[in-house]
Write a protein that binds this ligand. Structure first.
Ligand code: F0G
Length: 351
């Protein structure tokens, strides 16, 4: 059967009725990839899987939540939506908002979002406002505006966002015909880990699975407020998608980790970039840097002796590598330039 997007696929688990206009780009149904090469390099005793959310229509997991948030906004009569973003939320809001005929306002931290994400918001004709400040400051402005003016906030504090995003956990269980032992994912504003945990619990409660994974969330070391237990005023990291110092989902993310006997930890930029490179060179998977925090987390925890062998470990890769080609180019070997001549090319090939 044709994949019809997460609302139709998982309608019974979502707050939608026959009256809800479904605004969808057929998001979800993303690749679930078994990773033998990567497992071999990290720990051959574990079964490692990737949920590649970069394959969503706008290139990130945000589309799962945005189909719900925009559909409900339209149902409730909204004419405009607003969000703060490190890039992916704004790209997704702009696309789904365009499809729904809504006005879309996005606030982004100037100079701190990948250019692909900026291009997306612009081509969908969102009103893009760059602020001289960080994501946390943008979110606080957005919250204040949404509480005073007729505009719906579509950040993950909108409960429909998390509802949509929990469908990724359903898909993981559907793929595995069960639940994983561990689920690793990057943490930024801390919505996604909250959503996955909701999804896993719901499937368990409904008898679809017989157990629950341990939720393992990873912040970037320069932007790790949850790990340090205090707000970071000037968050820093090369992984701009998760450059957040005061996550809105702080409390629920901690709950997810605690209830599941998991953990919120951090990885350095160096560890993130190493995992980013390994995913591309060993598995042919091009994700954005922030996404690789999940795999960096597996490498870190493996070194600490977390796994005893035989575990099923899932990593969410939240966004597509094409969002930030500058990052990939900067980290890679330069192309060789030669004359348009077979002999010259053969010299390079070593034949
Ligand atoms: N990975 C990517 C690629 C992201 O864009 C984000 C968040 C995360 C991970 C973290 O997810 O916030 O639910 O903990 N991006 C948001 C945005 C903040 O504005 O696009 P989270």
């Amino acid at each position: 059967m044709r994949w019809r997007g997460v609302i139709e696929q998982y309608r019974e688990y979502l707050s939608v009725t026959d009256k809800t206009p479904v605004i969808t780009l057929n998001e979800g149904g993303t690749p679930f990839i078994s990773c033998n090469n990567l497992a071999k390099a990290i720990n051959p005793e574990i079964s490692l899987y990737l949920k590649f959310e970069g394959a969503n229509p706008t290139g990130s997991f945000k589309d799962r939540g945005m189909t719900m948030a925009i559909s409900k906004a339209v149902e409730e009569g909204a004419r405009a939506v607003i969000c703060a973003s490190t890039g992916n939320t704004s790209a997704s809001a702009a696309a789904y908002g365009a499809r729904a005929g809504l006005k879309v306002f996005v606030l982004i931290p100037e100079g701190k979002i990948a250019v692909g994400k900026l291009a997306q918001a612009m081509i969908h004709q969102a009103c893009v406002i760059q602020i001289e400040g960080n994501f946390d400051e943008a979110l606080s402005i957005v919250k204040s505006i949404a509480s005073e003016y007729p505009v719906t906030i579509v950040n993950s504090i909108n409960p429909y966002r998390l509802e949509g995003q929990k469908t990724a956990a359903f898909e993981v269980c559907d793929h595995l015909a069960g639940y994983p032992d561990y689920h690793f994912l990057p943490v930024g504003n801390a919505g996604n880990i909250t959503a996955y945990w909701m999804g896993y619990k719901e499937y368990y409660k409904n008898g679809r699975t017989s157990g629950l994974p341990r939720m393992m969330g990873f912040q970037a070391a320069g932007s790790a407020p949850i790990v340090y237990g205090h707000v970071i005023e000037n968050p820093r990291t090369i992984a701009t998608a998760i450059r957040i110092g005061n996550p809105a989902g702080w409390k629920t993310a901690v709950e997810a980790a605690t209830e599941s006997n998991g953990q919120i930890d951090m990885v350095t930029d160096e560890e993130i970039l190493k995992a980013y490179g390994m995913l591309a060179s060993l598995e042919g998977v091009f994700c954005e840097a922030a996404s690789a925090a999940s795999v960096a987390g597996v490498i870190k925890k493996n070194k600490e002796g977390l796994f005893s062998g035989g575990e099923r470990v899932v990593c969410t890769l939240t966004g597509h590598g094409l969002k930030d080609t500058e990052m990939a180019i900067n980290l890679s070997k330069r192309p060789v330039t030669v004359k348009g001549d077979k002999v010259e090319v053969l010299k390079v090939l070593g034949y």
